[in-house]
Design a protein around this ligand. Structure first.
Ligand SMILES: [Zn+2]
Length: 409
């Protein structure tokens, strides 16, 4: 969790799952809290459902409160293309919060992020819980995700309550069959009981997304205070939320499989657009809400992002673009600065409506291919004495920026 305080590291962790920092264990047994109130004049339409077993891409999810309505009798809202018809359904976000941060913080951050997104579709349950100090890295046989083991803070009663509430939430969705439900809950139990430092979005169905986020405990003792700063907790949450907003993480689009195959076959490696998009969104929204973000007195999302891109670039060279969500976000920024991509399509989520990462922005597309080639060319000798700098530091005007020669192709 210590490492997770850094935005860069947090990003590295969230390949498919997401965890977050938490609060003290003094919070009573959690209740599901309504993050967003429904205010429809019309009867509530049915949530979209899928019946296929997910061959999905898990990432992260945030919460709100489900009103009770009968999903069993709801009509499916998919059209013949497997996409969600315009049903008028208003997605719900629910929250289970065991940390000492106020529900309202998570709820307000969620509402703001959600307000930016066009054509919202997924219901989201966000679970945030506290963990203590780092203990060790997880063993390979412990769980499949790259979550470290931390001191467990939550009680057994809280574990059982969490699992029970998550199970009840899952049961509202016919698309989550019993087998999947049991598999997932068995895995979550391990995280909760062993102090798993989770940071994940589970794409349980196309439109039922669960976020598990472990947050460092706030002790109140300044020498031990590991409380995640507000800006970092916000960054963590909205990154994970963005995964829940990404519509094309689930079949029948089968998008991710094609992308992964393309990465395997690509001569210049690849980059993770799903992670890059989430991180780009998080950098810009966090900079808007927390202007200093704790890394310098210089303001600005681009500056913050490029500062961290430079660090991953120096530390990891060519590997950074494949392993770091922040580096991937940097590549998206480069595409934007080259006029190949629109900032707005990331911020409103529309870049992830229809698998653009396998069409317009496929690895072998002219725009991405060129950007990746340039990026890798520059990263090759990042650590050499005569290495070129992908990002110029804050030497002259105090602002990090791409080296001008990389911005043109
Ligand atoms: Zn992520």
């Amino acid at each position: 969790m210590n490492n997770k305080l850094s935005a860069v590291t947090a990003v590295l962790l969230c390949l498919t799952l997401i965890t977050c920092g938490g609060k003290t264990a003094t919070t009573p047994t959690p209740m599901v809290n309504s993050a967003l109130e429904l205010s429809e004049a019309n009867p509530e339409p049915a949530p979209p459902q899928e019946s296929t077993r997910p061959n999905n891409q898990n990432t992260g999810d945030a919460g709100h409160d489900h009103a009770d309505h009968d999903h069993e009798s709801d009509d499916h809202a998919e059209n013949q293309h497997g996409k969600i018809a315009s049903s008028g359904y208003k997605p719900k976000t629910e929250l289970i919060n065991l940390t000492d941060r106020k529900d309202e913080d998570y709820q307000d951050w969620t509402a703001q992020a959600e307000s930016l997104i066009v054509d919202r579709q997924s219901d989201i349950l966000t679970v945030v819980y506290p963990v203590g100090k780092f203990v060790r890295e997880a063993r390979d046989d412990e769980w499949t995700m790259p979550f470290n083991v931390h001191e467990r803070i939550i009680t057994q009663d809280q574990v059982e309550s969490l699992l029970s509430q998550i199970e009840n939430w899952m049961k509202r969705y016919p698309c989550i069959d019993k087998e999947l439900r049991q598999e997932e809950l068995t895995e979550y139990r391990k995280y909760f009981e062993k102090g798993g430092d989770t940071s994940t979005q589970r794409t349980l169905c196309k439109n039922a997304r669960l976020l598990l986020m472990a947050m460092p405990r706030f002790t109140g003792n300044s020498s031990e205070d590991e409380r995640m700063p507000d800006w970092d907790a916000h960054y963590f949450l909205v990154h994970e939320l963005y995964h829940a907003f990404q519509q094309d993480l689930f079949p029948p689009e089968d998008c991710q499989e094609k992308v992964e195959r393309a990465i395997d076959e690509s001569p210049h490696g690849g980059f993770n657009m799903v992670e890059g998009g989430a991180d780009y969104f998080a950098y810009f929204l966090t900079a808007k809400n927390f202007s200093t973000r704790g890394i310098s007195s210089i303001k600005g999302a681009k500056n913050n992002l490029l500062h961290d891109v430079q660090r991953t670039y120096r530390e990891e060279g060519t590997d950074s673009i494949r392993g770091s969500a922040t580096a991937a976000a940097g590549l998206l920024l480069l595409l934007i600065e080259r006029g190949e991509l629109k900032h707005e399509t990331i911020m409103d989520g529309s870049l992830f409506h229809d698998c653009a990462r396998n069409t317009t922005y496929a690895l072998d597309s002219p725009a991405v291919s060129s950007a990746l080639n340039t990026w890798n060319e520059w990263a090759k000798d990042a650590n050499a004495n005569n290495g070129r700098e992908l990002v110029k530091g804050n030497s002259d005007d105090g602002i990090f920026k791409f080296n001008p020669s990389i911005e043109t192709n």
